[in-house]
Ligand binder design. Sequence first.
Ligand code: ZN
Length: 150
Amino acid sequence: MFEDLRDLYQEVIFDHNRNPRNFRVMENPDRQVDGFNPLCGDKLTLFLKLDGELICDASFQGSGCAISTASVSLMTEIIKGKTQSEAEALFHTFHEMTTGKEEAIQLEAVGKLAVLAGVRDYPARVKCATLAWHTLDAALKNQQQAISTE
Ligand code: ZN
């Protein structure tokens, strides 16, 4: 990866950590699931408002490291306005990207999420980045029990 690209990615993670998007409790959410990553201590609650297939609103609360906060902030921004199946497809692409199963990162498929691709070089941080998405997956499947990455 080019150095300046890596710097840009770090800047996006910084920005979302300092200034998380959609960081609020949602009134009357259709889905609400807690996620926990005991390895790092990242905790979040994800809220979704659904209109049929459409995810019309997404927000979160919680506390975690910079990577987990940036990841859930970016995720809520990206899934808003997407259908549930589009969000599920993004979850799978993101998972493959961060676990390195996918050789090339499909930049056009993941968009801004590519900023988190760097975690694949730090196996201990992968769960920080994927916690939000595992929690989303549970919320979309309407599982109510808390999610733990362990
Ligand atoms: Zn973490």
